[in-house]
Design a protein around this ligand. Sequence first.
Ligand SMILES: Cc1cc2nc3c(=O)[nH]c(=O)nc-3n(C[C@H](O)[C@H](O)[C@H](O)COP(=O)(O)O)c2cc1C
Length: 296
Amino acid sequence: MARVGLIGARAEVALVVVDDPEDGGRLAVVHVRGRARLLEVVEPGHAEAIAGLRAKYPQYRRMAIDTRPVIEVADLTATSWRGDAGRAVDAPFPRPGDLAALVRGRRSVRAFQDRPVPRAVVEQAIAAAGWAPSPHGRQPWRFAVIEAPARRAALAEAMAATWRAQLELDGQDAAVVQTRLDKSRERLRTAPVLIVPCLYLADLDAYPDPDRQAAETTMAIQSLGAAVQNLLLTVYAAGLDAGWMCAPLFCPGIVRDALSVDATLVPHALIAVGYAAKDPIRRSRYSLDELIVSWE
Ligand SMILES: Cc1cc2nc3c(=O)[nH]c(=O)nc-3n(C[C@H](O)[C@H](O)[C@H](O)COP(=O)(O)O)c2cc1C
């Protein structure tokens, strides 16, 4: 009961399920997080919760659980891992959960294990990106994939020169510039796969006035964002993680040349994909009240 009392003070709860097979099979861990609250007997939903528990667990039908509060857990996210018994678990496997759990569970990951990414996951993620909504259905995006370490290093070098110049322009001191460049190089060097979403405007409508033309481009960029979110969620659902980097936006020509992609493509981001090296930072979000500014 003492632990139940703590729910009032701190709503975050977690459940860890460990399957450690005695026959030396693979260890599996599921870590579920959520926000709990006590649903009192008089509150709406209590009777339904009791009925649900009794339907699922026959032993509750004989117990007077209807006079007790129920712990309601919402906002669930789950992370699961599998590894070899006797070793640290290191391998996430496909995440269970519905769309809402996947949307909430996905987080930006910036450090990855040195572990190859299955090609099928990359293909699946790019195919999902292709299902994004787009202006006039023109699908104004294409994707470059970089796996070879030498290509990743070349891209990092190519972008570093521009970034150095930009940081110096901002008046950053030399040591800070060097540290930031080293970190960025390291991030690109250690990301097992980089996906570069590129804007492709050639199929869009052409207008005689600049305002409508600018709106057309904005729509394409909005659509690129939707495509990237499909990609990120698909990677996450497959048990891997990804991190969005905006660097190509500041030197699209350099990235295009480094990747030898067509001149009609404008690189807009770098998406690093891999197996997370550690649990990422989980930033909170605005509440629904803050998000909805008007509802009449
Ligand atoms: C357009 C865009 C550009 C971003 N660029 C970077 C970036 O250059 N470096 C980085 O570490 N994260 C970048 N992010 C990731 C955000 O920092 C991250 O989404 C945000 O802090 C929320 O965290 P979460 O994704 O873990 O929920 C970018 C995200 C977006 C949408």
